[in-house]
Design a protein around this ligand. Sequence first.
Ligand code: SF4
Length: 548
Amino acid sequence: MGFVNAIKGGSKQLAINLTTDRVVKYVQKSPEKNFQKVIRALAMMATHFGNTEPFDRFMGWLEANPGSKQWFINLMQKDRAQVANVIKLLFGNCSLKWIEKSERLQAKYGFTAPYSILISPTMRCNLNCKGCYAENYKRDADLSVEDLDNIITQGKELGTYLYTILGGEPFVRFNDLYRLATKHSDCLFQVFTNGTLITEKVANQIAELKNFIIVFSVNGDKNEVDFMRGPGVYERVIQSIEFLNQRNLMFGMSLVLTSRNYDLMTSEAFYKTWENRGVMYAWNFLFMPVVKNPDLSLMPSAEQRVTYGEYIKTYREKHPLFIMDFWADAPAVHGCIAGGRRYLHINHKGDVEPCIFAHFATHNIKQHSLLEALKSPFFTAIRQHQPHTDNLLRPCMIIDNPQILRDVCKRHNARPTAEEAKDLIENPRITAHLDAYAKEVAKVVDVVWKNKYQQNIAEMLERKRSYPEGTDRLSYRMDKTGFMQDLERYEQEDSSLARNILVEAEDAYEQYERDGDIHMKLEEDSSPPKNEQQDLPVYESGTNATAF
Ligand code: SF4
C-alpha cells in the first residue's frame, strides 16, 4: 500500500512507516543531494496530521540554516534501522497519536497528555559524585518492574509515548529497562546516564532495541568530570561513546550551566569536541538549588543567562549540534511545561512530581492513577498559574517566580518528596536568595523580552492564552467569556475539576494583579519601541524541533 492509499485507508501510522522507510533509504544513498526532496516528502507527510505547526517549525528549522541542514544529513548517516524507527515513533506515536488522544482529553478536562513522562526507576548509582545524594538509597526503594510497566501502560492510554528515564543511574537496572523497552516497542525511551556502565554487551542490546536513545550527562571537560565524579570517569564515558559509535547509534548529552562553567559552556571548542565525538543533541539545564545545602553562588547570573541563550542560538544555526536550553528556549514551548502541561516526573518511590526539580507531591502512583494525579488540585493550580509571568524568558516557578511554587505547595499541602526539598520553600537563606535572584533576572530579562520577542508577545495577545490548548492564567484574564465556555464543558465531565480550575485561575489572576511589577503586563508590551523595531531579531520559532 502506498502513502496516499494508506492515508485514505485511515492508517496514518502505516503511511508514516512506509514514507519513513523510503525516505531514510533514499536519503542515505546521497544525503547532500537528496536533502530538498526529503524535506518536501516529510512536509507532505505532515500535512495529513491536522495540526501541522510543530512539523512546519521543524521543517523550517531544517531548511533555515547550514547547521541544522548538516545536522539532518549527519542524522541520516546513522544506523538506518534506528533512525527510521525513531522518526516513525516521533512522527507517529509521540506526535500524531499524542495529538489525537490529547484533543480528547483537552475537550473533557482542559489539559493534554504529558508529551513526555520522566521516570526515575532507582536512585541508586555506581558513582559517588560531589554534591549528589544518591548514595543513601537502597535497592528496596526502587520502583518495581510492575510499577514501571503500569505507568507506561497508563501513559499510553492517555497519549504519552515518550519516556525519559533518569535516576540515580538507570543502567544499574538495565535488564529491567531492556525488558520494558522491548515490551513497549511503540514508545521511545530517552535514557540519561553517567555513561560508565555501558559495556560492549550492553551496547549490542541498545543497538537491538531501536527505541532506546542514550543521553550522557556531561558536566564539563576531563578535569571537571574527574573532579566532580572521580578519577577515570571521563575516560570511561569516552569508551561508552566509542561503543555506540562503533554501532553507528545516535545519542545526545545533557549539560548544566553554572556561574563557574560559563566560559566553558560558551566556548566553541567545548561543543566542537562533543560534536566531533558524534553527539547529535544537547539538553541544557541551569544549576538549580535543589540539593542539600546548595552553593547558591553557582546559579548563573541574569546576564549570563541572556548571553548564553544568544550563544547557543547562534551555535545551532551554524553547527550540526542541536542545543536546547529549557530557560532561554522557553518561548518555543510557551513557558513552563511542568504540572503535566508537557511533562511530569515520577520518582523512585512513585511520587508524582510536577517537575524534575520540584520535589513535592500530593499523589503517589501506587495509590492513584496518572489521570487522578493530572486532575489533582496541586497540578491544576500549577497549570492555571502558567505562564508564571507574561515574560516567557523567565518561565520557572522555582527560580524565576519562587513565590508561585511556595504558594501552590502550601495551599495544596504538597509534601516534600526528598529530605532537602523543604529548604527550597522554607529555609530563609534560600528563599531570600531566590526572591532577590528573581528580581534581578526580571530587571535584565524583561528588557530583552520587550525588545527582541515581539513576535511571541503578539502571538500570545492574539491567542489570549499562553499556548494553543487548555485554559491558563492568560485565558482567564484576557478572554473570560471563552474561559467560562470551556469551563462549562469540563463541568459536565468532572465538576470538582472545573471548580478547581476556576478557583486557581481566580487566584492566579489576583496574584497577578497584586504583584503586577513582578509579572510584567503583556498589554503594555504589545508594541515595540519605535527605534528598535526594524532590526529586531524575532525569536526563531524553527528551533521547536518537537511537538512539545
Ligand atoms: S518549574 Fe522551572 S524547571 Fe520545572 S518545568 Fe517549569 S520552567 Fe522548567
